[in-house]
Ligand binder design. Structure first.
Ligand SMILES: CCCCCCCCCCCCCCCC(=O)OC/C=C(C)/C=C/C=C(C)/C=C/C1=C(C)CCCC1(C)C
Ligand SMILES: [Fe+2]
Length: 532
């Protein structure tokens, strides 16, 4: 059981407020000892500007992209941040209003324009946002800040300058890709995205960006679609936020949160529509699991895995074991879209109201699903899972589908284990023991949790009125144990003298090794990376 704390002072409101960028890095005050081997940059993305002029962004995923950097060098730490000069940001700054429609905030035509130019703006179609507030990751030797659309933004990880906007549609048949690619040791990047093809044909495309070619050209130019997975429903692809990858397979979970393409296409002609207006729930399909092989790349169409409805944003890890694929997920029970609960007005309510809203929302659970690879007709009605260490089941039905029941790895009422991380370089796609996550208490991030996915043992770091971010695992040099390393998290303690800090925890037991504090609030960050 996770001990639950209360937040009657509601100081979490501060993490959803605008800040200014910095002109130069500021030095942090350090307590404790930062391991001498920890030299590099923690880069994180999130929203940093929650209003322009007198217009407020409505949803958690609308604020303008702010890139944060904690630099660690010789035991010293500095903090720096800059707004990314996306078109969404630059034009909002220039016109002092929301110009490009965001995830949950509509842009309205400029009232100063005359009726003819307004008419043409209206029919030019709505521009897709490039507000890259979700994550940052390397492609070849470059670094890209990303959202989930077709636009990614190249940034300089040292100066935090914005370098260029790249349109993935120029290279790939996708309408967007997730902010959670998988990366292999050689630098190959895999991702998945929706593709609304010709004749309204619909698919999920798994794409591959190779490592830097010998001629040192941009690997994005060599990107390709590797596998196409079909959509269970015509005109309604599911929302996809991440996917799983083992040594030999891709795992795609098709959830009942759907993008209604007709709404999506027509929404753009209605003034005031947003991406959020295009989602709907399929109340009957439950959740489908799909597999694709990596080499040779191909969709395993005969493996039809089904289970009850849940929302899925983050895969924790997936691996192959004795002819099974084990898939660990942060789920939210039911088909109602969890993003409906992430409007800023709701997250900035008083504590009792925040709790009431979260009580109505889908409930979180960390689950393990096990997918058999070998399926024989004669095994109908039997549990096909023979792995000794799990209670997860898979039963073959007469119609050829396989019904999955999960093993619950962690569950607490309205206490989510989310924004999961693992020792990625050692364990991605492999059997593993430890997951690290951000504890959400009624959607408010208030603790860091380590979960042993084999024994279900948990460890917690928590401090009064402190709001941490996704903990990133950095392995110790030469580590032999999976959890030999540190966790890095940005923690905000609004009432403190120095409210923003970088927290360094020992990943073995979540004890504090050091913290580096700065005299500025740091708004919420979603995802990021450590650049050694
Ligand atoms: C860090 C603490 C957070 C505090 C509260 C969070 C509660 C979290 C509960 C669940 C976990 C959710 C994780 C979500 C993480 C995330 O970062 O999501 C951001 C997602 C964004 C900004 C998605 C944008 C997607 C867009 C603009 C998609 C556009 C499209 C369509 C809708 C249709 C197809 C075309 C296109 C343009 C791709
Ligand atoms: Fe995410």
């Amino acid at each position: 059981m996770v001990s639950r704390v209360e937040h009657p002072a509601a100081s979490y409101k501060k993490i959803f407020e605008s800040v200014e960028e910095l002109n130069e890095p500021i030095p942090a005050v350090i307590t404790g000892i930062i391991p001498s081997w920890l030299g590099g940059s923690l880069l994180r993305m999130g929203p940093g500007l929650f209003e322009v002029g007198d217009e407020h962004f409505q949803h958690l995923f609308d604020g303008q992209a702010l890139i944060h950097k904690f630099d660690l060098k010789n035991g010293q730490v500095t903090y720096y941040r800059k707004f990314i000069r996306t078109d969404a940001y630059v034009r909002a700054m220039t016109e002092n209003r929301v110009v490009i429609t965001e995830f949950g905030t509509a842009a309205y035509p400029d009232p100063c324009k005359n009726i003819f130019s307004r008419f043409f703006t209206y029919f030019r179609g709505i521009e897709v946002t490039d507000n890259c507030l979700v994550n940052i990751y390397p492609i070849g030797e470059d670094f890209y800040a990303v959202t989930e659309t077709n636009y990614i933004t190249k940034v300089d990880p040292d100066s935090l300058e914005t370098l260029k906007k790249v349109d993935l549609c120029k290279y790939l048949s996708v309408n967007g890709v997730t902010a959670h690619p998988h990366t292999e040791r050689d630098g190959t990047v895999y991702n998945i995205g929706n593709c609304f093809g010709k004749n309204m044909s619909l698919a999920y495309n798994i794409v591959k960006i190779p490592p830097v070619p010998k001629d040192k050209s941009d690997p994005i130019e060599k990107s390709q679609v590797l596998v196409q997975l079909p959509s269970s429903e015509r005109l309604k692809p599911s929302y996809v936020h991440s996917f799983g990858m083992t040594d030999n397979y891709f795992v795609f979970v098709e959830q009942p949160v759907k993008i209604n393409l007709l709404k999506f296409l027509s929404a753009w002609s209605f003034r005031g529509a947003t991406y959020m207006d295009c989602f709907e729930s399929n109340t009957s399909m439950g959740t489908w699991f799909h597999l694709a092989s990596k080499e040779p790349a191909g969709y395993l169409s005969s493996h039809k895995f089904r289970t009850s409805a849940f929302n899925l944003f983050h895969h924790i890890n997936a691996y192959e074991d004795e002819g099974f694929i084990v898939v660990d997920l942060c789920t939210w029970k039911g088909h109602e879209f969890v993003y409906n609960y992430l409007y800023l007005a709701n997250l900035k309510e008083e504590w009792e109201e925040v709790k009431k809203a979260a009580a109505r929302a889908p409930q979180p659970e960390v689950r393990r699903y096990v997918l058999p690879l070998d399926i024989h007709r004669e095994d109908q009605g039997k549990n096909l899972v023979s792995l000794s260490y799990t209670t997860a089941t898979a039963v073959l039905d007469s119609d050829g589908t396989i019904w999955l029941e999960p093993e619950v790895l962690f569950s607490g009422p309205r206490q989510a284990f989310e924004f999961p991380q693992i020792n990625y370089s050692k364990c991605c796609g492999k059997k593993y023991s430890f997951a690290y996550g951000l504890g959400l208490n009624h959607f408010i991030p208030d603790r860091i949790v380590k979960l042993n996915v084999q024994t279900k043992e948990i460890w917690v770091w928590q401090e009064e009125d402190s709001y941490p971010s996704e903990p990133l695992f950095v392995p110790s040099p030469g580590a032999t144990q999976e959890d030999d390393g540190v966790l890095l998290s940005v923690v905000v303690k609004p009432g403190a003298q120095r409210p923003g800090s970088l927290l360094v925890l020992d990943a073995r037991n979540l004890t504090e090794l050091a913290r580096a504090e700065v005299n500025t609030i740091i708004p919420i960050t979603l995802h990021g990376m450590y650049k050694p």
